[in-house]
Ligand binder design. Structure first.
Ligand SMILES: *Cc1c(COP(=O)(O)O)cnc(C)c1O
Length: 406
């Protein structure tokens, strides 16, 4: 029997997007200049609560400019979230920097401030920290900020997944000095692509505008004193984003309802949902995730590109659940594989709350408590979280997951 595909997280259009795109077309502002760009920059400043927003071609472009603004130079070590999408850390390398990965904590699945403090003991000269808020859940911002302040380090905040999430009533994307959001196709609101740099620094906003438009000097001809990039957002893309912005809260409410339905349905299973600080933070619930108790994990082995597991009564594993979801045409996803375990970053430093993670011989043992990122990767998965999923479709997904534990 065929079921309609349920996506992990797909774009949800509302109609106004087309109106603003058409406006761009009819006024012939088919360019990286235009009313849609101006409007969304203004609207995002107001929504997020920052002074300046610079619309760019991608969140990755925003992170690249953020890393440049933070002053990362070739050879500089930079502390980075470890369990995240590689777009968080690649921009450090674009500038010749060397990412040092900071392990994850269990309370929010984000950068562990205790491991961060340890990292400053090992690498006291580091001046930049790139922090992501995974799956829309704010990290331990106060603790991370106080460690960074103590060591005089600048925060670059990767809020690509967490637009609209708050920590102590303040939006993510306002806690770092240079911050990034994304309008990639699967994010909570989308332009099909696109991103923004957010900052309170006028100097930084002006620099980002200049760098993103090929670094033209104020001269009658094309005069260049600095390296430039073609990173500005298109006015057509900005039209899509402009149509989406009024629906951010609605999307968050839908995503939260999905999360709460999973949570309720799984309350008697040996699993937990991706956790958050219920007292201080309100996630945007971009992706619902779960983690299987160690006692309910069947044997699962992953090589660099393949996996294998042994089904067992009463037990399961992420790869088995993902296979079962695929059978009913529902899209799940493994947790982001930690950066310190990626072949491209195999030689980079990795710090856990116990110190140098590379020196810990049992750091990679499945279910081991030392390498928390790998533990969450081993036992966790992202569930279908599309805001257009019907309760009936979600019930079917829940039923299939429950059966994995029988
Ligand atoms: C999506 C994403 C990005 C990059 O955004 P793009 O707009 O796709 O370039 C960066 N960091 C994280 C954590 C993301 O999920």
């Amino acid at each position: 029997m065929a079921f309609e595909k349920v996506w992990l997280s797909s774009p949800t259009m509302h109609g106004d997007e087309l109106k603003y795109v058409t406006e761009a077309y009819e006024t012939n502002w088919m360019s990286t200049v235009g009313a849609n760009i101006n409007e969304i920059e203004k609207q995002m400043c107001k929504k997020v609560g920052c002074k300046y927003a610079v619309a760019l071609s991608a969140g990755t472009a925003a992170l690249h400019l953020a890393v440049k603004l933070a002053g990362v130079k070739p050879g500089d070590k930079v502390f980075c979230s470890d369990m995240t999408f590689d777009a968080t850390v690649n921009p450090v390398v674009y500038e010749g920097g060397v990412p040092i990965f900071i392990d994850t904590e269990y309370d929010t699945w984000n950068m562990d401030p205790v491991a961060l403090e340890k990292a400053f003991e090992i690498y006291p000269d580091v001046k930049v920290v790139v922090v992501a808020h995974l799956y829309g859940t704010p990290g331990k911002i106060d603790e991370i900020k106080s460690v960074c302040d103590k060591h005089g380090a600048v925060i670059v905040e990767d809020a690509a997944e967490s637009l609209g999430a708050t920590y102590k009533d303040r939006q993510t994307g306002t806690f770092g000095k240079y911050n990034c959001i994304s309008f990639n196709g699967n994010k909570i609101i989308t332009g099909s692509s696109g991103g923004m740099l957010l900052t309170d620094s006028e100097w930084a906003a002006n620099k980002a505008r200049k760098w993103s438009t090929q670094s033209r000097e104020n001269a009658p001809w094309y005069q260049h004193e600095e390296l430039g990039y073609n990173y500005r957002m298109s006015n057509v893309i900005a039209g899509v984003v402009r149509g989406q912005i009024p629906y951010l809260e609605e999307h968050i409410a839908q995503k939260k309802a999905i999360y709460m339905r999973y949570k309720e349905a799984f309350k008697d299973l040996p699993v937990k949902m991706n956790p958050y600080d219920e007292e201080n933070s309100e996630p945007n619930f971009w992706l619902s995730c779960m983690i299987i108790d160690e006692s309910a994990m069947c044997k699962q082995v992953r090589s660099e590109q393949d996996y294998c597991y042994v089904s067992e009564n009463g037990k399961t594993c992420p790869q088995e659940i993902l296979d079962k979801l695929t059978e009913i045409n529902a899209e799940g996803r493994p947790i982001w594989k930690p950066m310190h375990m990626q072949p491209i970053y195999r030689m980079n430093g990795f710090v856990t709350k116990y110190g140098n993670g590379r020196a810990q011989t049992n750091a990679y043992i499945q279910g081991g408590a030392i390498d928390i990122g790998m533990d969450i990767f081993s036992r966790g998965l992202c569930l279908p979280s599309d805001n257009k999923m019907t309760p009936e479709q979600q019930d079917r997904i829940i039923e299939v997951i429950k059966r994995c534990f029988e």
